[in-house]
Design a protein around this ligand. Structure first.
Ligand code: AP5
Ligand code: MG
Ligand code: ZN
Length: 214
């Protein structure tokens, strides 16, 4: 099964994908994490992506699509995966559809995790991330057992450089501008379910599982 998780910055895509990976065994394909890894490792791709990432802009399609296609050809995606943070515009959408079609596959389901803008800002300002295993925490809604330390691997937690208020505003603007065309595309294919993402993570996860199983 190939699933797209759509949602604005802070909607809980990463949080929910980590749960689904555990529950359903679906590989998690997240372009944001791939860019962060490349930027941290100072690869050529990371150096090219960094100015866009730092400004909260979309990384150009040629870089993003190339990275995504390489990722989905890895063995863990052979029978399915969950896309988090991809696609973000129509060119990316078409590239993914074509790549899957070439292998006799397709996107099976798309879930839009809908959250109000003021709640998104609250979530991003309290987020902490493990730089080693990418586990996601929040000061209030998902605190680690010991402040500042990853429950899973013991690394020191950090805040994302693009979670600063002015960058968050730009990320929201860029993603809001592009979201409707994605929703229209997948609704037109009768693949789209919208889930109320403004509730606690367990309630959102239950609706997501229902949408994927139904
Ligand atoms: P990316 O890393 O994908 O960032 P994003 O889309 O802005 O989304 P986030 O990761 O911020 O939010 P999320 O929905 O995963 O929320 P999370 O689960 O962490 O992309 C970063 C950058 O990379 C982009 O700006 C761009 O530059 C580049 N990029 C990536 N993909 C690209 C593409 N396809 N094309 C071009 N450029 C691309 O949750 C947020 C917080 O809320 C956490 O603290 C969490 O604990 C908490 N939380 C989660 N769920 C709940 C809940 N139900 N209730 C209360 N709190 C919750
Ligand atoms: Mg994320
Ligand atoms: Zn960790």
């Amino acid at each position: 099964m190939f699933v797209v998780l759509l949602g604005l910055p802070g909607a809980g895509k990463g949080t929910q994908a980590a749960r689904l990976k555990k529950d359903l065994g679906l590989a998690h394909v997240t372009t944001g994490d791939l860019f962060r890894q490349n930027i941290a490792a100072e690869t050529e791709l990371g150096r090219k992506a960094k100015p866009y990432y730092d400004a909260g802009e979309l990384v150009p399609n040629d870089l993003t699509i190339g990275m995504l296609l390489e990722r989905i050809h890895q063995p863990d995606c052979a029978s399915g995966c969950m896309f988090d943070g991809y696609p973000r515009n129509m060119e990316q959408t078409v590239a993914l559809d074509q790549a899957l079609a070439a292998a006799g596959k397709q996107i099976d389901r798309v879930v839009y995790v809908e959250v109000a803008e003021d709640e998104l800002v609250r979530r991003l300002s309290g987020r902490w991330l493990c730089p080693r295993c990418a586990a996601i925490y929040h000061d209030l809604s998902a605190p680690p057992a010991k402040a500042g330390v990853c429950d899973k691997c013991g690394s020191e937690l950090t805040q994302r450089s693009d979670d600063k208020p002015d960058i968050v505003r730009n990320r929201l603007k860029v993603n809001i501008e592009n979201m409707q065309s994605l929703l229209d595309h997948y609704a037109g294919q009768d693949k789209l379910t919208t889930v109320d993402g403004g509730r606690d993570p367990e309630a959102v996860a239950a609706d997501l599982r229902k949408a994927l199983e139904g």
